[in-house]
Design a protein around this ligand. Structure first.
Ligand SMILES: [Zn+2]
Length: 291
């Protein structure tokens, strides 16, 4: 299971492979260009969170992890080795759909060990200026996200999704990242979006979409949900809780991850092996199978 592409920010060419991993190992990145150096997909390795989420361990970077990690949560992959031969994951079409298709094509295998969930026990609310993110106890994983961009194509959008019933694949995975043409030069000067193009992002001019059509009328907020799911994957397991975010962004998502990992009184580890509805909450870890 392999794909090739360029990094959104670095523009660097990269080849990525997903391999199965034993139960309990979580998601681990291997830099094949650096003797297979391993960086675990956990909040402890979060490095930078401006326009994308990057992991770093002993100076080794893994950039723009959120779309693949989001696809893993959406397809129920708990354990996998992700090999890449450069510092940034490929952006592909700007959404999580190509990753989902790769995983589905390779197949998903249930593992014998019950999946371990993070069940939220107490609410947490974080505020920073007009940015807000919170998580509340719930029996399933749901996300409600609000964005507000002063742009005629976006404005205020709210999207709410419960991540059971395959909703992720239908409602979230295809939503692409987006950017504003008038910010592009300044971002390039900061070393960002060097791999961006109209093939891998929705590009907005001052009053319209440069590369229509949109995949959803509210594709923008759906992509924020995609990012949030990918960033929260850094808690290292599936969440049972209800997330509410308002104009949050990667830094706030990561702040919530750090808070959760720091304070073990906020959640408990649980498996749903005795849950009655096994079809929706298959209480098994799954792994991608190599071709
Ligand atoms: Zn994104």
């Amino acid at each position: 299971m392999e794909c090739k592409g360029v990094g959104l920010h670095s523009g660097a060419p990269v080849r990525l492979r997903i391999l199965p991993a034993p139960p309990g190992s979580g998601i681990v990145f291997h830099r094949t260009d650096l003797d297979g150096f391993e960086v675990e997909a956990t909040g402890r390795n979060i490095a930078r969170v401006s326009y994308a989420t990057s992991l770093m361990k002993k100076g080794v970077l893994i950039s723009t992890t959120e779309h693949l990690l989001s696809a893993f949560i959406g397809t129920g992959i708990d354990n996998a080795i992700v090999e890449l031969d450069n510092l940034e994951l490929p952006i592909l079409d700007g959404s999580a759909r190509p990753f989902v298709e790769m995983i589905q094509k390779a197949g998903i295998r249930k593992q014998r060990r019950p999946r371990s969930y993070m069940r939220i026990k107490r609410e947490i609310e974080l505020r920073e200026g007009n940015k807000f993110i919170a998580v509340y106890p719930a029996d399933s994983y749901s996300v409600s996200y609000t964005i507000n961009f002063p742009h005629p194509m976006i404005g205020k959008e709210t999207f709410r999704v419960d991540l059971s019933d395959g909703n992720y694949l239908r409602e979230i995975a295809p939503a692409r990242t987006f950017g504003f043409l008038h910010e592009a030069d300044a971002m390039r000067q900061q070393g960002l979006i060097r791999g961006a193009s109209t093939d891998n992002a929705i590009v907005l001019t001052r009053d319209q979409v440069m590369n229509p059509p949109l995949r959803y009328v509210d594709e923008f907020v759906r992509h924020k949900v995609l990012d949030l799911i990918g960033d929260l994957a850094l808690v290292g397991r599936q969440i049972l809780g209800s997330i509410v975010a308002d104009r949050a962004g990667h830094a706030m998502h990561s702040a919530l991850v750090s808070r959760l990992l720091r304070d073990r009184t906020l959640w408990e580890e649980t498996s749903l092996s005795e849950a009655s509805d096994e079809s929706q909450h298959a209480a098994v870890a799954v792994a991608a199978r190599a071709l």
